[in-house]
Design a protein around this ligand. Structure first.
Ligand code: HEM
Ligand code: HEM
Length: 193
């Protein structure tokens, strides 16, 4: 049988997986430890304790400056996600892999749900990458910040879909690993060729 877990397939999978985990990590930090709302309040309170008053605007500017180097990683992981999508498109173009929609159509009945989840992961990551790219290059594309506000809302809301699908995927992989002797995770790491 033709090997499924070829080197390129595994590079594609792990590059995508690690970049998505990294992207979610940067969002988690932005919303918690490095939230400018929480930290600007902290900056104001702590400075006033030592007798220095700063305006809310200044405190916000400092909190955002502290967050900035971490958020750069959102764009670094984004680049790797885009590269992984390019690898997958290359594989489809070279007939080394099927387009996710055809994988769903061609799958036997018992694998349809799994393939559907895989397809939805690919579609949602495509939406995240295109919307993220539009946000990043909005000035170059001739849009104002307000003009791309709806894109930002889309980008944020689709993230919940990504979270759900990744959760389903990990649950499915663990179940597959525990209930069959196929060693699917090992194949995704070491290959089957
Ligand atoms: C955010 C992280 C992840 C994403 C976005 C992701 C995405 C995907 C996608 C889209 C596929 C389908 C591949 C295809 O079209 O043929 C897949 C397959 C697979 N993934 Fe992941 N994955 C992630 C993390 C993981 C992790 C952490 C593991 C292992 C512990 C894993 C193990 C697998 C395995 C074993 C398959 C093959 C499933 C099969 O063909 O039955 N994935 N993954
Ligand atoms: C799984 C993939 C991704 C997830 C889950 C994700 C999540 C998010 C979230 C939740 C925000 C809003 C943060 C906030 O305002 O509190 C955001 C902002 C943003 N993301 Fe992503 N993102 C992903 C991929 C990408 C990609 C591929 C790009 C491409 C460059 C990108 C570029 C941006 C940009 C430019 C912003 C706006 C930052 C700002 O207004 O300061 N994202 N992302």
């Amino acid at each position: 049988m033709k090997p499924q877990f070829t080197r390129l397939y595994r590079i594609w999978h792990w590059m995508m997986a690690f970049s998505v985990i990294g992207l979610l990590g940067t969002v988690a930090l932005r919303k918690t430890f490095l939230s400018w709302r929480t930290n600007s309040e902290l900056i104001q309170v702590k400075l006033s304790e030592v007798g220095t008053e700063v305006t809310a605007e200044t405190a916000k500017m400092i909190a955002k400056a502290i967050r900035a180097p971490m958020w750069e990683w959102h764009y670094i992981f984004a680049l790797f996600l885009a590269i992984s999508i390019a690898i997958r498109l290359f594989m489809v173009a070279r007939d080394r892999s099927q387009f996710p929609l055809f994988q769903v159509i061609n799958a036997p009945k018992e694998e349809k749900l799994k393939k559907l989840v895989h397809m939805l992961i690919c579609v949602s990551l495509m939406v995240m990458t295109i919307s993220g790219g539009v946000l990043y290059y909005h000035e170059l594309l001739g849009f104002t910040k307000d003009g791309v506000h709806w894109v930002k809302e889309l980008h944020e809301n689709v993230m919940y879909g990504v979270l759900l699908l990744v959760g389903l995927h990990l649950g499915g992989v663990i179940m597959h690993e525990l209930t069959t002797k196929e060693g699917i995770v090992s194949k995704m790491i070491h290959g089957d060729d």
